[in-house]
Design a protein around this ligand. Sequence first.
Ligand code: 5GP
Ligand code: MN
Length: 334
Amino acid sequence: MINQKHIKQSLELIKNAKHIVITSHKSPDGDSIGSSLSLHHFLSRMNINSTICHPDEMPYFLQWLNGASQILNFEQHKSEIVEHFKSADLIFCLDYNDPSRVGMLEKFLTESSAKKIMIDHHQNPNTDFFDIIFSDPNNSSTSQLIYEFIEALNKTDLIDENVGTPMYCGIMTDTGSFRFPSTTAKTHLIIAELINKGINNSIIHEKVFDTNTISKLKLTGYALSKKLTLIENNTVGYIALTKEELNQFKYKKGDTEGLVNQILSINGIKLACFLKEENGIIKMSFRAKGDTYVNTLAQKQFFGGGHIYAAGGKYEGSIEDAISKFVTIVGNYV
Ligand code: 5GP
Ligand code: MN
């Protein structure tokens, strides 16, 4: 949570820092990109430079955000990122709470002597690793926490379109467009404040959600009509897509985003799972609602973690074996 002593310490670190790096988790989503850009633009408004260094590339539906093209990702800017980590004296760690979540950046993050400020809303933070921790698992998003961080600094007057647009985007995507139980009155008050400041909410929805390509829609149609399986008395649904199937529909990063939520929209479904074959591993996404939770399932069974209603993990082996394991154990979690 936002604690005034930590705010004071953070402000000191920010003011004294010569080289600030902003990091976030692997497979960036609206909240990791949103919180990173929002903080970056906010620091700029304080006349402070920062560089965003992420493990991998962002999905195409976020690339329109102002500043997105300056984000360095390790897949394309390896040596630059190594240099930034070498000279960093302050690192922001956004939307993750353990160094194991930053993929290829883990080595540089753990070897860096820079002070580390974590701002995050996942459960069970690794409290030994970071110097200052702002952790609020009940918060809708890290982007909302960035607002609360700025508010605690008494600097909301610095929130302009550049700061507010990615912030709105992160809150919107992590709350499923303001519908998940993590959406509170405070969330809506912050959104109202952002709209008052001139952020164009309708355009943001359009730019993020109305960017489907025909092949993405066809992939979604194929997945729902041919690959959806319901088990456990129709309370659990899953879809698994192989590499061949993804290639068949010219899969691009982000094309299966939201598919798992569509499974959850079926009346009576409590738990949904999407399995995707990637290079050598099976990436799994879990969603749940009501009295069913998926964070423990992801953590205990599939080397992952996340939130109670949205979590992810992986399986090392074939997609058939991943499905088989999921089907065998899922009954214990609904
Ligand atoms: P998604 O299914 O959208 O990839 O992820 C849903 C949530 O689970 C996100 O909040 C994400 O941070 C978390 N998550 C996804 N994959 C992993 C993982 O491998 N490990 C952990 N700890 N969390 C994950
Ligand atoms: Mn998040």
